[in-house]
Design a protein around this ligand. Structure first.
Ligand SMILES: [Mn+2]
Length: 424
């Protein structure tokens, strides 16, 4: 299915008057709205190929119908999102689930939808049918050198696919760890992992980055070999300038101060990218901002402050991606909601009165500092986010338009009810 510009224009016409009234009010509340709107227009959030199908738990999976059956259909789905919000201009592929049969045709198709290829993702957390060795006891950390070699070769193959597509980064997330005390020698596991990562790092082209993601638990429940930001930092520091840490919001122990982690990684020039989601208990993969929008704002507040301190380009100098896959929503509606929540948090962070905040901090005026942050958080910036979409030819209300033109029903008619996204 393709969404036409006529669909968008008539949708926007219906909502325009109300939107303009809101925008006038917002501009009276916030300074420099034009600069904020321009930054919002430039900001793009990559969509991972695995978020386009209904996720599941180990207890079951309830497919919603019309899910993409191929890499081509995944690209088409991200194209639909990008047409609706003009803020999802990249797709992140997962190998071996998304190996292209024809690079040129895939690049052309992505180009037709205005999409780039974001970070490539390797997979050493499950065994493939063709694999000689099992990852049951880990991949890059494995005590068996032949297993490590297989995992290294896979990562290098992923880089090669990425080069063909014009991607410029590899995200390594390892399920490696142990389930029981005594199972692993922690130092040997670390050393094996480091040596394996060094071989992968050596295969990176000069313009590429390697993002090392951490996760506190799952699928291992006693130890994880890259469990937190400190462990990731320790690896990427040794690897070199092209290696950086990737922060996934759902991968922390409860109550971790993620905004502080982000601030310090940025300071050390070791923050590479971000995976957005939300969670209540663990890696719940809930919609970004669904539960803790204030935390999301505080994280963006540190991102904006830290990136500005280093003179970084907000849109280009970090990898921004959603990483969520859950059980009951239409995945495309959910992704529209996630992007909206991220844009709102970003706009709120851009509207913080930085000068006043610095002054309050210098004077130890704790009350004033809190007032400044909460004022930014509590000011409704949705009209700025909508205006950014309007100016870039997207929909004022993407979810409403998605529903009114019955995108999901159309996809079910095209693809069938009992489809399953590859990889899930
Ligand atoms: Mn992730």
């Amino acid at each position: 299915m393709l969404i036409s510009s006529n669909h968008i224009d008539s949708h926007n016409e219906d909502l325009l008057k109300k939107h303009q009234n809101k925008l006038v009010f917002t501009a009276s509340e916030i300074n420099e709205t034009e600069a904020i709107i321009q930054k919002l227009i430039d900001f793009q959030i990559a969509i991972p190929s695995w978020a386009l199908g209904t996720g599941g738990t180990r207890f079951g999976r309830f497919a919603g119908g019309g899910e993409p059956r191929s890499l081509e259909e995944k690209i088409e789905d991200v194209g639909l999102l990008h047409k609706l919000n003009n803020a999802s201009g990249a797709i992140s592929l997962h190998i071996p689930w998304d190996i292209p049969t024809n690079y040129g045709a895939i690049k052309t198709l992505a180009g037709q939808h205005g999409l780039k290829f974001d970070a490539m993702n390797s997979n050493t957390f499950q065994d493939q049918a063709s694999a000689e060795h099992t990852y049951k006891y880990g991949s890059l950390q494995n005590v068996n050198k032949a297993v490590r070699k297989q995992a290294i070769a896979h990562n290098i193959e992923v880089i090669k696919h990425g080069i063909e597509l014009g991607s410029e980064s590899l995200t390594v997330w390892l399920a490696d760890g142990s389930n029981f005390p005594g199972q692993l020698n922690f130092r040997k596991a670390y050393q094996n992992t480091l040596e394996s990562l060094e071989e992968i790092y050596d295969a990176l082209p000069s313009n590429w980055k390697l993002f090392l993601e951490y996760k506190c638990a799952e699928p291992n429940f006693y130890s994880t070999t890259v469990a937190d930001w400190g462990q990731s930092y320790s690896y990427v520091k040794k690897l070199g300038d092209k290696a950086q840490t990737l922060v996934d919001l759902g991968h922390h122990l409860p109550n971790a101060n993620i905004e502080q982690i982000v601030s310090l990684l940025l300071m050390e020039n070791k923050l590479g990218g971000f995976h957005f989601n939300d969670s209540k208990y663990g890696d719940d993969d809930l919609t970004a901002g669904a539960l803790k929008p204030y935390q999301l704002f505080l994280i963006f507040n540190e991102l904006v402050e830290g990136m500005d301190a280093r003179g970084m380009n907000h849109a280009k100098d970090l990898g921004w991606m959603i990483d969520a896959s859950h059980n009951i929503k239409d995945p495309l509606e959910d992704l529209l909601q996630s992007v909206e929540a991220i844009m709102i948090a970003y706009a709120q962070a851009l509207s913080v009165d930085r000068k006043a905040l610095v002054q309050a901090q210098e004077e130890n005026d704790v009350v004033k500092a809190q007032e400044i942050l909460q004022n930014a958080f509590r000011t409704d910036v949705r009209a700025l986010v909508a205006e950014a979409r309007l100016r870039s030819g997207a929909a004022l209300n993407p979810v409403a338009l998605y529903r009114s033109i019955q995108v999901r029903q159309n996809l079910i008619e095209e693809r069938g009810l009992k489809t399953m996204a590859t990889g899930l």
